[in-house]
Design a protein around this ligand. Structure first.
Ligand SMILES: NC(=O)c1ccc[n+]([C@@H]2O[C@H](COP(=O)([O-])OP(=O)(O)OC[C@H]3O[C@@H](n4cnc5c(N)ncnc54)[C@H](OP(=O)(O)O)[C@@H]3O)[C@@H](O)[C@H]2O)c1
Length: 346
């Protein structure tokens, strides 16, 4: 068994990490931090874990050395506290955007100048489906953003195979309220957020840089035109990506591209139903699971391929992706601790 700790364990990402790590066959959870809830049982922040563990929150300054440390802090805090963090564990997995983008030209337009450019190069991008071998070799991993993850897992096969127009991909993502974290703000207040379909980033979403950076590895530079809306759900991110095919394709050829690309990837499921209520991916079915479901429809009147993909933002979009990366880094089964298949109806 290895000893794992979580810095930032009272938030939504930290809570999901804790749930998954407590059920992991190879992991003992050593410490979980919160500044506000020092000494309180972890069930105070995560009522689903009541009676499941006797762990109490530790002050962040009291974290002791462990085998692997998860960082579930707001953007900027991992960089700001790095000098106190780095000696705590030989392996570190960060859920934030601090160390995801290696190229300052992609980072700066969205986040400003990087406070710790000296640290960025030590981190490997943690979405295992992009480069599993790199994650296996890594000691420091930055997991992908939730909207980037759901988009990339839909788009990747078509860009890797050179089938899509690199300048004209339009991505429309809908997200649930838990993406904003546990800290309330005026926009998350129930009377304001309930029932909404609110475009909160019609242009300029930060994850665009991450998506373009990954897709551009496979050929010419890729431009993605992304809009993100907040909708009335708690968990989930769903992307409709409008891909413009360079050459027309038949449906069975599109299936073959998806099948060939995702063969051997245990957490990407191709949704193949031709009819019925659930013929395209739907995030509600994925709540609590580490799956990304991917499906598509071809527009019969143009060369537009609509790729639909969905995840649970807190699992495949953050904590589950982090546990998957840990499994690879440690040489364990990639699926260890991630076996939950979801609920229906949920
Ligand atoms: N929510 C999502 O769907 C999602 C998906 C992918 C990635 N992420 C990323 O994951 C990270 C965590 O997100 P989240 O949604 O879990 O946020 P959150 O719910 O707001 O939780 C943040 C955690 O960090 C702690 N914290 C805040 N400032 C701190 C500081 N200066 N020092 C030590 N601890 C501090 C908070 O606890 P105390 O205040 O009690 O100390 C809390 O435990 C973010 O960077 C986010 O962008 C989130």
């Amino acid at each position: 068994m290895i000893r794992a700790s979580i810095l930032g364990g009272s938030g939504y990402g930290g809570g999901e990490l804790l749930r998954l790590l407590l059920g992991h066959p190879e992991v003992d959870v050593a410490q979980v931090s919160s500044r506000r809830l020092v000494g309180k049982p972890v069930g105070r922040a995560h009522p689903n874990l009541r009676g499941h563990t006797s762990l109490r929150f530790s002050d962040p300054g009291d974290l002791e050395p462990c085998d692997i440390l998860f960082l579930a802090l707001p953007h900027g805090q991992a960089s700001a506290g790095w000098d106190g963090i780095e000696g705590l564990a030989p392996r570190i997995i960060d859920l934030s955007a601090d160390f995801r983008l290696q190229d300052p030209e992609r980072y700066e337009p969205h986040y400003g100048s990087h406070p710790r450019p000296d640290v960025v190069g030590r981190f490997t991008y943690g979405l295992a489906e992009i480069d599993r071998e790199a994650v296996r070799r890594a000691t420091h991993v930055a997991t992908g953003g939730c909207n980037a993850t759901v988009t990339l897992l839909g788009l990747l096969p078509f860009f890797a195979a050179g089938l899509a127009d690199p300048n004209l991909t339009v991505v429309d993502v809908k997200v649930g309220s838990s993406e904003g974290g546990a800290e309330p703000n005026p926009g998350s207040h129930h009377p304001v957020r309930s029932g909404i379909v609110r475009p909160y980033a019609a242009t300029g979403h930060r994850h665009t840089a991450e998506i373009e950076s990954v897709l551009s590895r496979y050929g010419p530079p890729v431009r993605v035109h992304m809009s993100v809306s907040a909708v009335d759900m708690v968990r989930g991110a769903a992307a409709l990506s409008h891909v413009f095919l360079i050459e027309p394709m038949k449906a069975k050829e599109v299936w073959a591209v998806l099948r060939d690309h995702w063969d051997g990837h245990p957490f990407v499921r191709i949704v193949a139903e031709r009819a019925g209520t659930h013929r395209l991916p739907e995030p509600r079915l994925l709540a609590g699971t580490n799956f990304c479901d991917v499906g598509f429809e071809l527009d019969p009147f143009s060369n537009r391929l609509v790729v639909a993909s969905a995840i649970d933002n807190l699992v495949k979009g953050s904590a589950g992706q982090a546990v998957q990366a840990m499994n690879l880094m440690m040489g364990w089964e990639e699926t260890a601790g991630l076996g939950f298949v979801g609920l229906f109806p949920a």
